[in-house]
Ligand binder design. Structure first.
Ligand code: CTP
Length: 436
């Protein structure tokens, strides 16, 4: 297909998805259904990025209490947090003592997120130290906790920090992998706070599902996402509008379940999923090469990308000009490789699981499911995730619904829900097919 939009997703002005269901709750002074989030902010330069995360939470209907440490307030002041959250800032245990804030804030939270989380905060959380309001809150919270560390690479790699992260993860705390790139000052390396938009997605998934078990630990998984572009000349290309959101949700869900994830992204304008290894490509040929290379050591490959099926036979080195006589140029096309077919029929790793996607409308030759079953057999994959796109369903929708067909005859209907929810169902089906 040349112009198909795979599994696109609508968004609020900040891209923040409105929250539907809180994981836990209680009596609310401000009405039911508004998830209560505690945003802890540690003393790191990345504190400014937490402002954007806060805005995403509030704009999508969360009730956020910001708990900055004393060091965090050196970077971003209390008025900023108060204005963005619409609430007083909770920054010390001695204000409003009669309301016992060091216990109440943690007890009443549906989710605690600490971003940025310093090496010092990780150490205190791992060892149960509680010498300020945020560390007290971490000890009293019984809801899911997400920590997003940001620090210099040396601090992240120090054995003390590694041990603290392991301890926290073994207790069910979600510790997000830092991103790599420019750090404070001139140096680069692992330790950056992931993009706030990505942190928001991770936190929303945890709020919806709670922390997930690491049942894919030890697995190497490959996901393709986005839409390929075939150049016509230096400024034009044939492409499609695939956003890459479903593929990114798959990568995020797999990382959360402990897998080593390679995400092959074709022209996707989204922040990298934290903890995934992202390979960027543009054309179908590049996507083919990157997926085949990654599949060589993978336990499973999910082709969520929308590759262009055809490419121009010749790519003009110079910009194609309008003809003086008003005639339009003809573009001769040739077929691109079918990546899903290739990796399904020539499995580099015996026993690996291959998953395809299909957006179908049904026609005079058959229903959506008839066509999908024929495609599943033709492609040779183990699972096919089928979207019924009759009447433009899925496109531009914040949600997705699908039927997952198995080569073994299995049929699993996935009701309308988030792309993260569909991603988890797909990994459930993949995990069931792994040899014990
Ligand atoms: N796909 C692929 N390589 C291609 C085209 C598609 O790997 N050159 C994969 C897609 O990533 C998707 C699946 O094949 O997982 C089905 O894509 P679809 O476009 O529905 O398949 P086509 O073979 O192009 O079928 P159709 O002729 O119905 O468009």
């Amino acid at each position: 297909m040349l112009t198909t939009e795979h599994h696109d997703e609508a968004a609020t002005p900040t891209g923040a998805r409105p929250v539907v269901v809180p994981a836990a709750g209680g009596d609310r002074a401000d009405g039911p259904g508004r998830p209560r989030v505690v945003l802890g902010v540690g003393g790191g330069i990345a504190a400014y990025k937490a402002c954007e995360l806060l805005r995403r939470f509030t704009e999508s209907g969360h009730d956020v209490t910001v708990v900055p440490t004393a060091s965090a307030l050196q970077f971003v002041g209390a008025p900023t947090w108060a204005a963005l959250s619409g609430r007083p800032v909770a920054d010390d245990v001695w204000t409003g003592v009669h309301e016992v804030p060091h216990v109440r804030i943690g007890q009443q939270a549906d989710l605690v997120v600490v971003a940025p989380c310093t090496a010092d905060l990780l150490a205190k959380a791992a060892h149960g130290l509680a010498d300020d309001l945020l560390t007290n809150t971490l000890l009293t919270a019984r809801c899911p906790v997400v920590l997003a560390p940001a620090m210099h690479t040396e601090m992240w790699e120090h054995p003390a920090t590694r041990a603290n992260v392991e301890t926290l993860r073994s207790r069910g705390v979600v510790v997000v992998e830092p991103a790599s790139g420019r750090l404070t000052g001139a140096d680069t390396g692992k330790g950056r706070l992931p993009d706030p938009a990505e942190l928001f997605e991770v936190a929303s998934d945890v709020l919806l599902r709670g922390p997930v078990a690491p049942d894919l630990a030890g697995r190497r998984l490959v996901v393709s996402a986005g839409g390929t572009r075939e150049p016509l000349d230096p400024v034009r290309f044939l492409g499609n509008r695939s956003s890459g959101r479903q593929g990114y949700a798959l990568a995020r869900a797999a990382v959360a379940r402990g897998a080593a994830v390679t995400l092959v992204a074709a022209n996707v304008d989204l922040p990298d999923p934290a903890g995934a290894d992202v390979v960027r490509v543009s054309t179908t040929a590049e996507l083919h090469d990157a997926v085949v290379a990654a599949a060589a050591t993978a336990d499973a490959v999910v082709m969520a990308a929308a590759p262009a099926d055809f490419r121009p036979v010749a790519v003009s080195g110079a910009k194609i000009k309008k003809a003086a006589d008003g005639s339009a140029p003809s573009i001769e096309l040739e077929q691109n490789p079918d990546i899903l077919h290739a990796i399904s029929h020539d499995r580099a790793r015996p026993g690996s699981v291959v998953v395809g996607f299909a957006a179908e409308t049904g026609d005079e030759t058959g229903s959506v499911l008839d066509l999908a079953r024929a495609k599943l057999a033709r492609k040779g994959c183990d699972l096919l995730v089928v979207n019924d796109v009759s009447g433009g369903a899925v496109f531009g929708s914040p949600d997705n619904e699908a039927v997952v067909l198995g080569a073994d005859g299995g049929v699993r209907e996935v009701p309308r829900g988030t792309k993260g929810a569909l991603a988890h169902v797909i990994w459930d089906e993949v995990a069931r097919r792994f040899a014990p």
